[in-house]
Design a protein around this ligand. Sequence first.
Ligand SMILES: Cc1cc2nc3c(=O)[nH]c(=O)nc-3n(C[C@H](O)[C@H](O)[C@H](O)COP(=O)(O)OP(=O)(O)OC[C@H]3O[C@@H](n4cnc5c(N)ncnc54)[C@H](O)[C@@H]3O)c2cc1C
Length: 458
Amino acid sequence: MTTFDAIIIGAGQAGPPLAGRLTAAGMTVAFVERHLFGGTCVNTGCMPTKTLVASAYAAHLARRASDYGVVLGSPPQIDMPKVKARADAVSASSRTSIEQWLRNMNGCTVFKRHARFESAHVVRVDEQQLTAPRIFINVGGRALVPEMPGVGEVPFLTNTSILALDQVPKHLIVIGGSYVGLEFGQMYRRFGADVTIVEKAPRLIAREDEDVSEEVRRIFEREGIAVRTDATCIALAKHDQGVAVSVDCTHGPPQNVGSHVLLAVGRRPNTDDLGLDKAGVATDPRGYITVNDDLSTNVPGIWALGDCNGRGAFTHTAYNDFEIVAANLLDGEHRSLRDRVPAYALYVDPPLGRVGMTDEQARASGRKLLIGKRPMSRVGRAIEKGETQGFMKVIADAATKKILGAAILGTGGDEAIHGVLDIINAGVTYDVLQRAVPIHPTVSELIPTLLSEMTPAE
Ligand SMILES: Cc1cc2nc3c(=O)[nH]c(=O)nc-3n(C[C@H](O)[C@H](O)[C@H](O)COP(=O)(O)OP(=O)(O)OC[C@H]3O[C@@H](n4cnc5c(N)ncnc54)[C@H](O)[C@@H]3O)c2cc1C
């Protein structure tokens, strides 16, 4: 049995920086990672997908070149091995630097193995037993493979295996019309595939407001992506030309045949093979580790950070978990998940930047609301760029003058949303933003205008 001051399981977004802080404070750390350093974001999530999205955007702009008065000799071709190599290189560079950082960190011992609890404070790594008074779980999640009929009988792709493709599928059927499915769907359409998105809910990204879902659908359909919503009873079967996906929709044909199928129906936490029962760590029915607002579990001395606690599903939320834990343990602070303002982006093009409540949530809260909405076709910067799809929307509490939420679905929306996010985090009223002098021409400059145009919600 080897004793450390702390054990960290999983080199995702929270574990490595936490190791940095703990060792800098003089602690010895055992760091256990079973596969790829950097976890989902670096290897199979944000980094490769956003690199591919950039290639897809380049292809899209090249096809639209004549709109800008740019003459290309011939239609653009996709060199998929090169597209893939670019994404691989971006991931590899980050992965290598994280691994080297941990291996060279004074006080940190790296184990490239699977970790499993034997008891509340003993972790087995192969033949070795490690013990520490503090254990931090940062094991993340993986693609959920649903138990839909035929799933065991046909080949399918997940967000991980699709990254190994170095050719463009003839027809990609994406099952799941939410964040992951939409990003891959649009990207592969722009690479030249026929794409069908199959979603069992009545609309895409059903967690967003209806106007957001509808606009994303319009954007996709304009690019020639087929969208099949209300697709209940989805079933997969072998077919001469690939995979047949049966859908029981109210509209459209009952079957779609694709060369490839991507399952993008959600994630599940990597907690089923961690021995949590031996440690007595409580999980919810879906396997997410139950944590308090300071990320501590029900077992003293064990914390769970990142996607595996079900309190966030993003790189920035996992990193913020690290910041909360480090501040409380090492800086004498009392930080909490309650202080976090929800924010995220969907990297379709144009992107969706989101912060705080949706329109629907704000209405359900019973507050008197002010709402401002403006199409991107009335945003100078978008007109100049020739990218006028989408809209921006802000919702405020009429009584307190605080912004409750916003959505910017439009060019630069993933960046421009931060103006609103900062105002919410600062805890000030929206007129502070109204009095600011933004830079022209930007998408952000329209936010103060939007705030001046808000009207009471019906
Ligand atoms: C396709 C896709 C695109 C995404 N795009 C974005 C985006 O644009 N922006 C964003 O904010 N988020 C995005 N995400 C989500 C983001 O990737 C995750 O929220 C983030 O990676 C979570 O980090 P984490 O630290 O919780 O765990 P992870 O990054 O999942 O890391 C967990 C690590 O733990 C290791 N591990 C697991 N079990 C064990 C064990 N028993 N022993 C040892 N090691 C173990 C794993 O090998 C892994 O390396 C995306 C996700 C996907 C799937």
